[in-house]
Design a protein around this ligand. Structure first.
Ligand code: TRP
Length: 337
């Protein structure tokens, strides 16, 4: 039986944080153990440039940071192919062919793109670039270059997969039924992790994230700054764990019975926030310790990271060439065959 190809990816614009850890990284770790799946992870440097074209150093640096984050959490290059997007020229070629199959109005209506453009007023001013508006086209090419069947995504990415499916249907209706595979989005079960400040989203631009690469001191400092119940001023004030970010993270990092004690003591005014934060910081530090240790190893062995990326990219390229051959045959661009 052919294995199902699974495509996931990240824009390398920053290191990965515990939001990624409980979200996409856990999903990918599970998927790589499933014998029915053949997972690919792309480090989407081309896509990262669509909103960081003026900052190539940032993208370059984070390609390796993100690769090290993957390896540190246990993404196994023998089970998962990790590759760099810009090193697959077939994807860029496919993006150009697809650009005929999608209208500008349709891209402007894409909810994901619309939201992002609104957030990027500072970069784009009144008029967005052709590259950014078109990144869903490029993402459709990412997926279909590898005949990706399943794309595990968060809700915010769903419209991109829908757009990809439309492009595939249009391509097949013109150039031949069944040439390209329509991917399916698999909605991630894992919930989105809130930021230290209580924001619904943990993110680098929001400055409210704990990174997998943070040192013990950084983790402690960040936990100390987490938002707690604003109505609790003195230790013997009765606390409300439901509005406390420290209680929220205890649920993620602390054993169930201990969480119960933490919350009961907080509600009874018997537990101070500082003690509570110290306990949480210690638990986060412990949970992330093996990741930090693996990270330290790869940081001092950059040649191993490079080798993994080179081999992954080579494997990805072989698949990409096969797809491109099919596409060019179907589009009658095979002049001298
Ligand atoms: N859009 C994704 C993000 O912002 C990254 C990405 C690029 C991707 N190409 C992809 C994800 C293909 C899944 C499949 O994180």
């Amino acid at each position: 039986m052919d294995k199902k190809r699974i495509l996931t990816g990240d824009r390398p614009t920053g290191r990965l944080h515990i939001g990624h850890y409980f979200g996409s990284l856990k999903t990918r770790l599970e998927m790589q153990e499933n014998p029915e799946y053949d997972p690919f992870i792309l480090i989407a440097d081309v896509q990262a440039l669509t909103d960081n074209f003026n900052n190539p150093e940032k993208v370059r640096k984070n390609v390796r940071e993100v690769a090290i984050d993957y390896l540190s959490v246990g993404i196994d290059p023998n089970k998962t192919t990790i590759y760099i997007q810009s090193m697959i020229p077939e994807t860029a070629e496919l993006t150009i062919f697809y650009s005929n199959l999608v209208t500008i109005a349709r891209l402007q209506r894409n909810p994901t793109v619309k939201t992002e453009i609104a957030q990027k007023k500072e970069l784009f001013g009144e008029s967005v670039t052709y590259g950014f508006l078109g990144y869903p086209v490029s993402q459709a090419a990412d997926i279909t270059t590898f005949e990706g069947e399943l794309v595990p995504v968060g809700e915010d990415q769903e419209p991109l997969i829908e757009q990809c499916r439309e492009i595939v249907r249009k391509f097949n209706s013109i150039y031949g039924e069944g040439i390209l595979k329509e991917p399916k989005a698999v909605l991630s079960k894992s919930k989105r992790i809130k930021g230290l400040d209580g924001n619904e989203k943990m993110g680098k631009s929001l400055g409210n994230a704990i990174y997998l690469s943070d040192s013990e001191e950084e983790i402690t400092k960040k936990v100390m700054s987490a938002v707690t119940d604003p109505n609790r001023i003195k230790k013997d004030d009765l606390g409300n764990p439901d509005v406390c970010m420290v209680a929220y993270y205890h649920n993620l990092f602390t054993a169930k019975e201990d969480v119960k004690t933490v919350c009961e003591e907080c509600k009874a005014g018997k537990r101070g926030c500082v003690a509570c934060k110290k306990q949480l910081a210690a638990n986060i530090i412990e949970e992330l310790r093996p990741i930090r240790e693996k990270r330290a190893y790869y940081e001092t062995h950059p040649e191993e990271v490079d080798k993994i990326l080179i081999e992954g990219t080579e494997k990805a390229r072989t698949v990409a060439k096969e797809t491109m051959k099919k596409v060019k045959d179907a589009m009658m661009l095979n002049y001298f065959d």
